[in-house]
Design a protein around this ligand. Structure first.
Ligand code: ATP
Ligand code: MG
Length: 486
């Protein structure tokens, strides 16, 4: 009452009390209970029967309100992690500084978080204002205010089918608006990753970033440099695997976020020659994600950085290096910079190197070589990559088509294909039957013929080098790096 009076005197617009949520019933929010995971319903019910509050929260509520089946369910409760753990057979407390509980139901993992309080006001911060630790519990309205965007700060109780909205998230969902909670500058300073998140959500949901949420981003973008590289990498991966990678990259650029911050994106977005290749790679990634198929990060990053490798490969060869050592050097140089800047995990870097290293071997179509390559446990990834190179115009389509035929053929048919591929060169004009011995036509970044030395001599070097394991330097074959992971 007094607050209201003071506001009136000061001419401040009467804002809603941020400790009181707007409550919406099923008719108002329209959530289809069938889209809610039965395990999330069971989990919230168990917590509630034990006397605690429990809600589905965050991205799942946002997606439910948009009529989309959420990919995972986060639960928020006023029970402490220990109290949660006691109620479930398969529950594990994860993290020391920011404890959450993982509850398993069969294959489904649900993340249960205790409401966080206003701790971030006094929480330890780095010299740029980034919050380092934030593990104070608090009431629900404080938990809501700590969340990033209004559309991510709603709570859904499956038992009563009500939605609690503290920050106007419902209105923003209806207006397709991304609005940060609180003062944008302060929220980006606390956690610069929110700048990447807003871009990802805008691209993924097709929402508009509200002007005051957007305005500080180009100015504050350099703060991302202070975030641990592994966290930036995780966010980049989410962005690239969101099913809207192309849209995300465009959005990053228009928000002024790509420059100098994420070296990988500089490379990708400012390299017109490689753009066709990257666009194809991202389109295929996006459609795989949308179709619910798996995507390998190694394949994705190998694609994003391929033209950088190609450029360096050409340069090393122009300087007199033999093709295979030149490819090693190029891969090393590219991986070195990217590993420093992006914290590319070793496993991913190994996958990338293997995919790149396999490429010259596709140019050998005589003797046992193609059969050996087919047996390589990572053949499929290398082959998918080869097809991208053909489709982007870097290599002659004939090579990709030949490998497709060889891959799909029966044993007898394979022999015929090898014989056919090793016939003498046809006269000009008979493009389809080009002599493979001379290697496919490469159009490298410099427009030089990078395939010129793909002759028998270089192939011999190539095999010696790969069997020595110097390129494919992985001793542990690891999981399949194929882009195809059903
Ligand atoms: P999706 O899972 O579809 O990428 P999401 O919104 O569920 O989107 P998560 O990273 O799973 O994103 O986070 C769950 C919730 O935690 C968010 O909806 C938001 O409320 C909160 N959250 C996540 N990251 C942050 C952050 N950096 N700052 C503030 N709140 C955050
Ligand atoms: Mg989520």
């Amino acid at each position: 009452m007094i607050k209201k009076f003071i506001r009136k005197i000061l001419g401040v617009k009467d804002e809603r009390d941020p400790t009181q949520p707007h409550t919406l019933g099923p008719d108002e929010h329209g959530i289809d209970l069938k889209l809610v995971s039965p395990n999330a319903i069971r989990l919230t019910q168990t917590l509630q029967e034990a006397g605690y509050q429990a809600f589905v929260v965050g991205g799942a509520v946002r997606d439910l309100l948009l009529g989309v089946k959420p990919k995972d369910f986060d639960i928020a409760t006023d029970a402490t992690p220990e109290q949660v753990k006691k109620l479930f057979r398969r529950a594990f407390i994860i993290g020391r500084r920011f404890q959450i509980v993982h509850v398993m139901f069969g294959q489904e993992l649900l993340e249960v978080t205790t409401f966080r309080g206003n701790g971030s006001n006094n929480a330890p911060k780095d010299e740029h204002g980034r919050v380092l630790r934030d593990n104070n519990f608090g009431p629900q309205h404080e938990d809501a205010a700590r969340r990033d965007f209004t559309i991510n700060a709603m709570y859904y109780d499956p038992a009563t089918q009500t939605v609690l909205d503290y920050h106007g998230g419902i209105a923003d969902i209806r207006e397709k608006t991304l609005r940060i909670i609180g003062v944008p500058e302060a929220r980006y300073r606390e956690d610069p990753v929110r700048m990447l998140r807003v871009v990802r959500f805008a691209a993924k949901l097709g929402f508009t970033i509200e002007p005051t949420t957007r305005a500080p981003i180009p100015v504050m973008a350099p703060l991302i440099d202070n975030v641990p590289a592994a966290r930036v990498f995780d966010e980049m991966l989410k962005l690239l695997l969101s099913g809207h990678a192309l849209a995300c990259l465009k959005e990053l650029r228009s928000a002024g976020l790509h420059h100098g911050l994420l070296p990988l994106l500089d490379v990708v977005l400012e390299q017109p020659i490689g753009m066709k290749f990257v666009t194809l790679a991202l389109e295929s990634t996006d459609s795989r994600v949308k179709a619910g198929k798996g995507v390998s990060p190694g394949f994705l990053f190998a694609s994003l950085l391929w033209h950088q490798v190609l450029e360096k490969w050409t340069a090393y060869r122009a300087a007199g290096e033999a093709p295979i050592p030149a490819l090693h050097l190029a891969a090393d140089a590219v991986l070195d910079t990217q590993t420093d800047n992006l914290a590319l995990q070793r496993r991913i870097a190994t996958d990338m190197r293997d995919i790149w290293a396999m490429q010259p071997r596709f140019e050998r179509r005589s003797g046992k070589a193609p059969y050996k390559l087919l047996e390589n446990p990572r053949f499929r990834a290398g082959y998918d990559f080869l097809l991208l190179r053909c489709e982007s115009g870097e290599l002659d389509m004939e090579l990709g088509e030949w490998w497709t035929a060889f891959y799909e053929a029966e044993a007898g048919e394979r022999e015929r294909l090898v014989t056919q591929a090793n016939r003498p060169a046809p006269v000009a004009g008979e493009k389809k039957k080009r002599a493979p011995r001379r290697g496919p036509r490469h159009r490298s970044a410099e427009g030089t013929d990078a395939g010129a030395d793909g002759d028998a001599g270089s192939n011999a070097r190539l095999d010696a080098s790969s069997s020595a394991g110097s390129i494919a330097n992985s001793t542990d074959p690891g999981p399949s790096v194929s882009n195809i992971r059903e």
